[in-house]
Design a protein around this ligand. Sequence first.
Ligand code: URA
Length: 441
Amino acid sequence: MRMYDIILKKRNGEVLSKEEINHFIDGYTKGSVPDYQAAALLMAIYFQKMDKEETAYLTEAMMNSGEVIDLSNIEGIKVDKHSTGGVGDKTTIALGPIVAACGVPVAKFSGRGLGHTGGTIDKLESIPGFSVDMTKEEFVNNVNNVKLAVGGQTANLAPADKKLYALRDVTTTVDNISLIAGSIMSKKLASGADAIVLDVKTGSGAFMQDIDDSFELAKEMVDIGINMGRNTVAVVTDMDQPLGYTIGNSLEVKEAIELLQGKGPKDLEELCITLGSYMLLLAQQVSSVDEGRVKIKEAIYSGKALETLKRFIVNQGGDVAYIENVDLLPKAKEVYPLKVTEDGYIHKIKADIVGMSALILGAGRDTKDSVIDLSVGIVLNKKVGDYVKKGEVLAYIHSNNIDRRNNAIEKLKTAYDIEKTKPSTKPLVFGIVTEKEIKRL
Ligand code: URA
């Protein structure tokens, strides 16, 4: 079998066989297929697309390119949650403890931030001592004891995806439904959870900006999960503005803790309740989503989820004092208010631009090796739909460097659309995709 023929076949719009896809993934992982041939095939896939069967073969091949984790030593139905990536998305930090407090084991492997989107592990490392370095036994014991552990995506988890994702990033082939579905689901399936709840983001801060594409991606991923024997549900949610009010590592941890104290922002809370209720349903802890919603709220407002967060942080070496007193978390030297120059309603806060502004401040990585500044970021003071008067503060910029701050401000200003008329309200949740139906709300 020759890569040349596989590229030619896809370039001409033909369907690739399982053997051809395996040959590509196997060869690329081992290094016998060079980057330039992989890049050519990615571009051919980008334009000619893959059908459902090809996408399933691609996912399976990437899943099997490394270790497939066995979590059978953990009691109960393990449910994982995965977001396709967004700005200000600190959901895992709050939702993990909430669902664990409801008795569902959450064994999660999270990533670091890259580009304009943040990563859960970077955020959690704002808490001194916290680490995702655990042996497999420690990871399993932590889930059995606290019902929650967060591990890092080791080099051996779907290594084909790791290499391919980096290549897609530099060859403008990220936003293809089959390639995203294969990338995410190969990692989720290799991580060993029994059931998966997917948060498929749509809008300016998401990889899929178009709503119809987002539903198609959701359906593709649900079908892959179901066909691989994992009960999978996807919730399509808004990422047209940042989630919550904070963007930046320690600022996001603080907001997630506030949610667990019962004083979190409404959109983040609603997202946690929705995703959490489906996690409880898939874990067979409740018999309906409505029952799930009640249980999730109870876990938040009783303080049980906050207690679970503390135990989880301590178990992974973190200093609990930083949860008990969020003012101890890393703080930037300077907080600068960005003021509005005209009266009007906020129509847009483009999430990708806010994410890029936070990146300029140092909250994210330009390259994989950049060192991030955990203390910097942006705190929104207003959100879409709010009326603002000239001179009011739109957002606070937390920075440690004047040049970076000035550059971030110039960028951040372009995120806003302010108009005289009131904008129509948009839902946070656009729909639910299950094995049986695509329900648009
Ligand atoms: N997240 C992933 O892990 N892969 C993608 O392709 C897109 C988002």
